[in-house]
Design a protein around this ligand. Structure first.
Ligand code: ZN
Length: 454
């Protein structure tokens, strides 16, 4: 089943591209149609043949097993290891953090401002954006990963499941390399515990919450975790066509999540799945239970920042303007974000995606790597390619090199002294026009970047 689903997905993808190819004008007189048909058959064979016996060869599985990074030594010594009595499910999560912070939190635990802390052990595996897989603890132990949860009448899913964390955000695409690793890992675990594809669920499917402003009873939607997980890409077939706990009346449905998981329509690309507020994409839809957290930051279109607590206390949930950007897990980063101006810095907890969202790989998002290289977003394949301390500017054009005969004024006009006009000096300093005291002494070789809207 997994094999078939995977092949169908792959062929569909190919077929889509070929359709466009066939539709191209036959300028050079080649028989594109015949060429495309023959190639399509060849590709189909190449894809199906090795896949039809099993999704992955034994050699591939062995290589994958050997490549798993053993991080068991990092586990918080305060975490109590208890053997699981049974294993009925595999639960997939998105970590909502970058790699380093994910590894720290799942091993060592979370610290809350009120002094409360957890003792780590929050997953069995972590899969980085580049596909590298980390073993956090032996799979036989109970990991504290699913929290308040229910499936088919059973509660506390942590006790009967294995947890896998994919590094990334529920509103950002999961990488192809992650799909390959998670597919392989799930395949191996299914074999070890004799589990079918319906035993693989996302955290958002199984989490539930107690009453809140949106729901008067226990309900789904507490977590958005891994709602972007496309099963077919991990080689998974049959899924639940309904939520058994909603069906039995134990829980209220979350309309947005039911749409993702149980509507008949294929919801591969949803218009509003990014972290930007709109009429349909509310704070609840984006952040789930973290909507009112003090580590959830709302960046209003005017640039002002508010935490979830501030919105709850002073602004109100129905008064967040459209186009507000929601940033999760911004622990103690609020100050840093506030003083950043147009220049953002990638750090331990903040990735290019959490700063720029979908535009992280646009031409007008420009990265200044610690090595001194400058890269437009269109050359970045994944936000995890970018090292910590990389600076970035969003919505810019350039570079325009300063020369003797090509002054800042000639390049930027009257806004050459503005904070928004940026100068990248040969010393690798990146400054706003307002920070440059003497334009007559600015070094040649300085590069100027201008807001793309000018
Ligand atoms: Zn989760």
């Amino acid at each position: 089943m997994r094999t078939v689903a995977f092949s169908v997905w792959f062929i569909n993808r190919q077929a889509y591209d070929w359709d466009r190819f066939i539709a191209m004008k036959d300028r050079r007189g080649w028989n594109h149609r015949r060429f495309a048909l023959v190639s399509l058959i060849a590709i189909t064979f190449l894809l199906i043949l090795p896949a039809s016996s099993t999704a992955f060869s034994q050699t591939e599985r062995d290589a994958f097993q050997r490549s798993i990074v053993d991080s068991r030594q990092q586990l918080n010594p305060g975490f109590k290891k208890v053997k699981r009595k049974k294993t009925n499910y595999i639960i997939v999560h998105t970590s909502e953090l970058g790699l380093k912070t994910t590894l720290r939190v799942v091993s060592k635990g979370k610290h809350f401002r009120n002094g409360r802390r957890t003792h780590g052990g929050h997953t069995h595996y972590v899969i980085a954006r580049n596909g590298r897989t980390y073993r956090i603890m032996d799979k036989q132990y109970v990991a504290d990963h699913a929290g308040l949860s229910m499936w088919n009448g059973e509660t506390d899913l942590s006790k009967i499941s294995i947890g896998i964390e994919l590094v990334g955000y529920h509103y950002a695409p999961i990488s192809d390399k992650q799909y390959r690793s998670v597919g392989m890992l799930i395949d191996i675990l299914q074999g070890a515990y004799n589990l079918d594809d319906r035993a693989v669920l996302t955290h958002s499917q199984v989490a539930y919450g107690t009453p809140n402003p949106w729901f008067r009873r226990d309900h789904r939607g507490r977590k958005r975790c891994a709602k972007n997980f496309i099963r077919a890409k991990a080689g998974l077939g049959s899924n639940w066509s309904y939520d058994p706990d909603v069906h039995a009346g134990r829980l209220m449905a979350d309309p947005q999540l039911s749409d993702v998981f149980y509507s008949q329509a294929i919801t591969d690309s949803q218009p509003d799945e990014a972290n930007i507020i709109s009429k349909l994409n509310t704070a609840w839809v984006i952040a789930g239970e973290d909507y009112d957290s003090r580590t959830t930051v709302y960046q209003f279109p005017d640039g002002n920042l508010y935490t979830g607590v501030q919105i709850a206390e002073t602004i109100g949930w129905d008064r967040i303007p459209a186009k507000t950007v929601v940033l999760l897990n911004q622990e103690s980063k609020v100050e840093l974000l506030r003083d950043d101006g147009p220049i953002k810095t990638i750090s331990d907890g903040i990735t290019a995606w959490s700063l720029a969202g979908r535009s992280y790989n646009h031409d007008t998002t420009i990265y200044f790597l610690p090595s001194g290289r400058i890269k437009p977003g269109s050359t970045i394949s994944d936000w995890d390619d970018l090292p910590i301390k990389t600076r970035m500017i969003i919505g810019y054009k350039g570079p325009y090199p300063l020369r003797k005969d090509y002054s800042a004024f000639r390049i930027a006009g009257s806004s050459y002294k503005d904070r928004q006009t940026l100068y990248y000096l040969p010393s690798n300093k990146l400054l706003g026009g307002n920070e440059i005291k003497d334009f007559s002494r600015i070094q040649s070789g300085t590069l100027v970047f201008l807001p793309a809207t000018l």
